[in-house]
Write a protein that binds this ligand. Sequence first.
Ligand code: 5GP
Length: 116
Amino acid sequence: MTSPSKTLFERIADGEIPADFLHKDDLCIAFRDINPQAPVHFLVVPRKPIPTLDDLTVEDQNLVGHLFLVAQKVAAAEGLTRGYRAVFNCREDAFQTVPHLHLHILGGRKMGWPPG
Ligand code: 5GP
């Protein structure tokens, strides 16, 4: 039975909702975004259900570093040799829609700046 307190991304991590996984380890998962905004768009998500960037604590420092190193490795495996955009949307002004910390990696096209 599904716990109502689980986040969407915990349910994906636990295999309750299917996803196109690119990486899994003890600390995080990476999978393709269901609504890609670029030719390559994947999310790197800690297994720990931290709601937003504002909820990080000192004890999460190594975990956040790990997310970036996984992003780097998966981006290389996805062939993003010309670079990519890395984004954390934090709360309502940034249109964060899933309250479980996630790093977006977008690539495979030129990105605009400033972002919308
Ligand atoms: P946010 O808006 O919170 O920064 O990003 C949430 C992201 O999660 C969005 O880009 C959205 O497309 C993606 N997303 C939402 N639900 C699902 C899902 O069930 N599966 C996958 N793979 N991505 C999802």
